[in-house]
Write a protein that binds this ligand. Structure first.
Ligand code: OFO
Length: 172
């Protein structure tokens, strides 16, 4: 059984992960409509990963004998000026999520919830990767801003991304 404070924080993170999925779907739709099918694919796969992150948290809450708390998932932003802005927002969002995850890790330490701390460390490490990937893609897209040919190549490259469940199951 986990403490209520931890269950509440984890439930809020389930919501945040599903919101991330929703946000990346909105970005994916925008990229698709603008003709960037590869970028749309990358964002769609990212959305599926976020759903898997949320589902894994949800399953952990139940496994620890607590009840997940459900709240509204806010609507994502729908308009973007272009793909550069999309990736600026992906990076900003991932940095924000890192802050949320770090707070949960801090709370688990405060509450001496060692299992919870161990669990959330997967997400701490994942955020390092998420930020690094978003940063790298933003740099590439900025470089390609004035070179349509280069942007076309990046778009094709991002079209190759496929979804792999980070937890080896079928979630997402
Ligand atoms: Fe769940 O990793 Fe991005 O936000």
């Amino acid at each position: 059984m986990i403490k209520e404070s931890i269950a509440k924080a984890l439930s809020e993170q389930v919501n945040a992960e599903y919101y991330s999925a929703y946000l990346y779907l909105a970005m994916s739709a925008h990229a698709d409509r603008a003709g960037y099918k590869g970028i749309a694919n990358w964002l769609f796969v990212q959305a599926r990963e976020e759903t898997a992150h949320g589902t894994h948290l949800y399953q952990y809450i139940l496994e620890r004998g607590a009840s997940p708390v459900f709240k509204d998932i806010k609507a994502p932003e729908l308009s973007f000026s272009g793909v550069t802005e999309i990736f600026e927002k992906v990076l900003a969002h991932e940095r924000y999520v890192t802050g949320l995850i770090n707070k949960i890790a801090g709370l688990a330490q405060e509450e001496q919830d060692h299992a919870g701390y161990n669990f959330i460390m997967w997400y701490v490490n994942e955020q390092v990767e998420e930020e690094a990937t978003a940063d790298e893609l933003l740099t590439k897209i900025r470089m390609a801003e004035n070179y349509p040919g280069l942007l076309f190549t990046i778009d094709a490259e991002l079209g190759n991304r496929t979804f792999v469940d980070p937890f080896g199951g079928t979630a997402g």
